[in-house]
Design a protein around this ligand. Structure first.
Ligand code: ATP
Ligand code: MG
Length: 233
């Protein structure tokens, strides 16, 4: 069985009296260690797919399993445990807490762990160093550049050592050079064994992915390899 298995996934939202069919039957398997890009036009269902994969939003129909765990067969508490153990989330807006330092932001996911604060601080320092931010631990988010804030968000996603990172447009608000640095960081993390599913609009990111799934109107339009890997002999 693949690391991620998605079968017959459907999601409809209610907007007033009108249902919105955001996902209309998605089937997808993703191997462990993959770097999967999710692309497609605005409104095609990319964020919805990622939220469902992250256990944040219940599907209307279909099945999602990660590492053999049937996410929506779990109860609420166990779904929360699953998220903590398996997932790191990175969003476009970083979602950093403005009055906490970079280090404190990275420590947030450790709040529920029963380990001494000094050990939490040390773990956070290690991941901040991993994303190249050792010198910025005591800065508040507004004292950091956009790329540095993104790195803090990535460090926070990594601090629990999850096997899977879900990222929704993580480079969407960055300039081209900074976005490329962040993609390079994701690529390094992937080569160290982390599985990554990333939503992006940016065609320049295509070459980083192992595979790209393109959505259109809530369906898989195309499942492809990037041009650099798709060459024949
Ligand atoms: N909470 C919600 N309530 C009602 N409709 C929603 C909700 N969230 C998303 N939708 C609708 O579902 C469809 C898919 O939305 P989704 O956010 O998944 O698209 P997307 O591909 O991520 O788009 P974008 O590239 O603009 O971020 C859209 O038509 C959207 O308007
Ligand atoms: Mg979206």
């Amino acid at each position: 069985m693949a690391f991620i298995e998605i079968q017959g996934l459907m999601k409809s939202y209610r907007r007033g009296a009108e249902p919105v069919e955001a996902l209309r039957g998605i089937d997808l398997s993703v191997e462990e260690g993959a770097f999967l890009g999710v692309m497609g036009p605005s409104g095609s269902g990319k964020s919805t797919l990622l939220s469902i994969l992250g256990g944040l939003c219940h599907p209307t129909a279909g099945k999602v399993s990660v590492d053999g765990i049937d996410l929506y067969g779990l109860g609420g508490d166990r779904l929360a445990d699953f998220r903590r153990e398996y997932l790191g989330f990175v969003f476009q807006s970083f979602n950093l807490v403005s009055y906490l330092t970079a280090l404190e932001n990275v420590m947030l996911p450790l709040a529920v762990q029963k380990i001494p604060t000094a050990q939490k601080r040390e773990k956070a320092r290690v991941v901040l160093a991993r994303v190249g931010l050792s010198g910025r631990a005591d800065h508040l988010p507004d004292q950091l550049s956009g790329g540095e804030q993104e790195r803090v968000a990535i460090a926070r996603a990594l601090v629990n050592e999850p096997p899977l990172i879900l990222a929704d447009e993580p480079t969407g608000s960055l300039d081209t050079a900074t976005a490329e640095e962040i993609m390079e960081l994701f690529r390094e993390l992937n080569s160290e064994g982390l599985s990554i599913v990333m939503v992006t609009h940016n065609p320049e990111n295509r070459s980083h992915f192992h595979r790209i799934v393109t959505l259109r109107d809530g369906r898989v339009e195309k499942l492809s390899q990037p041009p650099s890997l798709a060459v024949g002999c």
